[in-house]
Write a protein that binds this ligand. Structure first.
Ligand SMILES: Nc1ncnc2c1ncn2[C@@H]1O[C@H](COP(=O)(O)OP(=O)(O)O)[C@@H](O)[C@H]1O
Ligand SMILES: O=C(O)C1=C[C@@H](OP(=O)(O)O)[C@@H](O)[C@H](O)C1
Ligand SMILES: [Mg+2]
Length: 174
């Protein structure tokens, strides 16, 4: 039997991908990776600097590259950045992988992303309006690539892990 496919965690900023991903990996006893960490390690710069110095298209190209590599060689849980699943190349590569969409509503999401400048897309003049537009525009994309959708509002990370593990087990029996 071959190695199990990498389990991908997708969803908007603030949905908890980088928080829930490592906990899910621990629960399943498999390794964890985060595409944003891989990008930072490869570029030797934080994400805000890559956006500011090279622009978003360069960031997206690097993102697609590190995700392609992870999907090919990583047999565990992979959390990806919120915008990672927007490119056609990554969407195609996700085929055959369990993809978990962590959903979050506007109020909880805005609260979680806070006023941090670590997410350059939300560092503009009206981050709340930008966040609302981002949720609306991306919702159909997340739904189209996901095999599992889990609501995260009013749920602690440990409960979300339980919910994902249950859905993954169900998926395996289908
Ligand atoms: N289920 C949750 N309930 C409350 N706060 C959460 C939850 N999941 C994540 N957080 C918090 O929200 C913030 C963003 O989480 P993070 O994992 O970085 O999200 P993402 O990687 O999806 O952008 C962090 O401060 C994290 O501690
Ligand atoms: O939504 C996006 O386009 C982005 C989300 C961020 O990751 P998180 O979703 O983990 O915050 C990070 O990849 C970058 O700032 C761009
Ligand atoms: Mg993250």
């Amino acid at each position: 039997m071959g190695q199990p496919p990498c389990i991908v965690i997708a969803g908007p900023p603030g949905s908890g991908k980088s928080t829930v991903g490592p906990l899910l990996a621990e629960h399943l006893g498999v390794p964890f990776r985060d595409s944003d960490d891989d990008i930072v390690a490869r570029a030797g710069r934080v994400i805000a600097d890559i956006f500011a110095e090279d622009g978003e298209p360069a960031f997206r190209a690097l993102e697609e590259e590190v995700i392609a590599e992870a999907l090919a060689e990583h047999h565990g849980v992979l959390s990806v950045g919120g915008g990672a699943v927007l490119t056609e190349g990554t969407q195609k590569r996700l085929d055959g992988h369990p993809v978990v969409f962590l959903n979050v509503g506007f109020a909880a999401g805005v609260h979680r992303v806070g006023l941090s400048t670590a997410r350059p897309l939300l560092a503009g003049v009206n981050p709340r309006a930008t966040y609302r537009a981002l949720l609306e525009a991306r919702l159909p994309v997340y739904r189209s690539i996901a095999t599992i959708e889990v609501t995260t509002d009013h749920r602690a990370p440990a409960e979300i892990v339980e919910a994902i593990a249950r859905e993954l087990a169900l998926e395996e029996t289908q």
